[in-house]
Design a binder for this molecule. Structure first.
Ligand SMILES: [Zn+2]
Length: 104
């Protein structure tokens, strides 16, 4: 069960993007990293791949480790620790550590 999922809003807590919020664009579960839309941009030197994509410098989001972000709760809008609980219908859901509201 992942604490952070695609389309979540997260707050970056360390590194050069500290204090910024963004939407999770992709989750890389094996690496425990996430890609946040428009954050942690890195410049990549790209070779020409075909006629339509010229060589040059492209900016791309670099994945951030999940330990460097906090989930922003949709209910209380605070960056929070994620907890889990089992609902009555036996589905495991994420719960906000601040306001105790279900996140999923
Ligand atoms: Zn909350």
């Amino acid at each position: 069960m992942q604490r952070i999922k695609t389309d979540d809003t997260v707050l970056v807590t360390t590194g050069k993007e500290r204090g910024k919020q963004g939407q999770v664009h992709a989750v890389l579960p094996k690496q425990r990293r996430i890609v946040i839309q428009g954050l942690n941009m890195v410049k990549r030197h790209q070779r020409q791949q075909d006629e339509r994509t010229p060589a040059g410098i492209v900016e791309k989001e670099a994945p951030i480790h999940v330990s460097n972000v906090k989930l922003v709760c949709r209910s209380c809008e605070k960056p929070t620790r994620v907890r889990f609980r089992i609902r009555k219908d036996n589905v495991k859901v994420r719960v906000c550590g601040s306001c105790n509201e279900d996140i999923d």
